[in-house]
Design a protein around this ligand. Structure first.
Ligand code: ADP
Ligand code: MG
Length: 365
């Protein structure tokens, strides 16, 4: 299993209708989904570059179609104990937040509320099918990485410490130390929490005279299944990355430069990790930014979907090319699909380090 990398081209906004479209999904024979993105060379308009992805979604793709094709199939795996990571990558204004969060109207809802809706639906079904023998609980964490510092979005901005929260590695995963977690019973619960914490994000960034497109936002959905047998925990993470544009080109204020350096650095490290993994290097520079430590691409056990968001406009030309370059290489990353194990209620006392003899089958609802 490798990282699945898909591209999504957004439609033109009303104010852009007279603008030049330069990014296209290559057309395919009768109805087959496209896998190629075409874009002209910036130096020679007659020459065209082609980038290959696992799938390419054109301007007409609805939120529901994207979710059904790219996220819904992984819900089953999540409940079987696999961790699922979904992240949106791309230049500011290309539709990352639209893809992940989406609009308020039902049809416009993005990947995140649909994911939660699917998780709750499945949880209820499991409880019903097992006559309540299996209980499923869902808990949320939500945080952002801004200037390489981690801030809890479930807490009000006043409670932030200037240094942010530290990271720690345990059991092959990176954890945020002191991150809060809230139980979430249903979609209503989730929406309330999500709206509140997104307001925290806006308030915090306004205080700093920053913009939310400059931080990485990470939502973590922890699913815990408890049966007679034991406890199985798995997580789905949905990540709205900071804009991948070259901020040095657009900003010149002093704070902006610090900020841009941090954004550019974490996204630059991400692209270096992608390159190193796709080349098969032994040393992957994960540790060089908090975002890449958390993402630990190719290191985490589970399923990863990278969504490259694209605006088809000429004004994005160079940044679009650079994001196409980075993400099309990410396709070659191998992800080990290892299920989280049930933590058994009774571990043999005589030899705590050895649980052999205890069946290690993951739960299969
Ligand atoms: P980003 O988070 O990458 O900066 P946004 O998600 O804020 O970009 O999108 C920029 C603008 O484009 C927003 O007004 C958004 O509503 C609109 N938009 C993006 N993708 C789509 C889409 N698939 N369909 C309709 N509008 C879209
Ligand atoms: Mg955004």
């Amino acid at each position: 299993m490798s990282v699945r990398v898909v591209a999504r081209i957004r439609p033109l906004l009303e104010k852009e209708l007279d603008k030049d479209i330069i990014v296209h999904a290559a057309s395919t024979e009768d109805g087959k989904p496209s896998t190629l993105v075409k874009i002209p060379s910036p130096k020679n308009g007659a020459e065209e570059f082609t980038f290959a992805f696992n799938s390419v979604y054109d301007q007409q793709t609805s939120q529901e179609e994207l979710f059904t094709a790219e996220v819904a199939p992984h819900l089953k795996s999540l409940f079987q104990g696999l961790d699922v990571t979904l992240f949106a990558y791309g230049v500011t204004g290309t539709g990352k937040t639209h893809t992940m969060r989406g609009g308020m109207k039902l049809a416009e809802r993005g990947v995140i509320p649909r994911l939660l809706s699917g998780v709750f639906r499945r949880s209820k079904k499991i409880a019903k099918d097992t006559n309540g023998a299996t209980t499923v609980t869902v808990a949320l964490s939500y945080y952002e990485i801004y200037n390489d510092k981690v801030f809890d979005l479930l807490e009000p901005p006043e409670k932030r410490t200037p240094t942010g929260l530290p990271l720690r590695e345990a059991n092959g995963k990176t954890h945020v130390v002191g991150l809060s977690e809230r139980p979430c019973e249903d979609l209503k619960d989730f929406e309330k929490l999500y709206i509140e914490s997104n307001l925290n994000r806006v308030t915090a960034s306004t205080k700093l005279n920053a913009h939310s497109s400059r931080s990485h936002a990470i939502l973590r959905v922890k699913v815990t299944q408890v049966t007679e047998e034991g406890v199985l925990e798995s997580t789905a993470s949905a990540i709205d990355l900071a804009g991948s544009e070259d901020n040095r080109r657009t900003d010149n204020g002093k704070e902006r430069l610090v900020e841009s350096a941090a954004i550019n650095k974490s996204l630059f490290v991400l692209s270096q990790c992608i390159d190193a993994i796709s080349r098969g290097d032994r040393r992957i520079p994960f540790r060089e930014s908090k975002m890449t430590r958390i993402l630990s691409l190719g290191q985490n056990n589970g399923i990863t979907v990278m969504i490259l968001n694209l605006a088809p406009l000429r004004s994005y030309h160079l940044d679009t090319l650079s994001s196409l370059n980075v993400s099309s290489r990410a396709k070659r990353i191998e992800v080990r699909e290892i299920e989280n194990e049930i933590v058994y209620k009774q571990v043999p006392r005589t030899n705590p380090g050895n649980v052999s003899g205890v069946p290690r089958q993951p739960l299969r609802p």
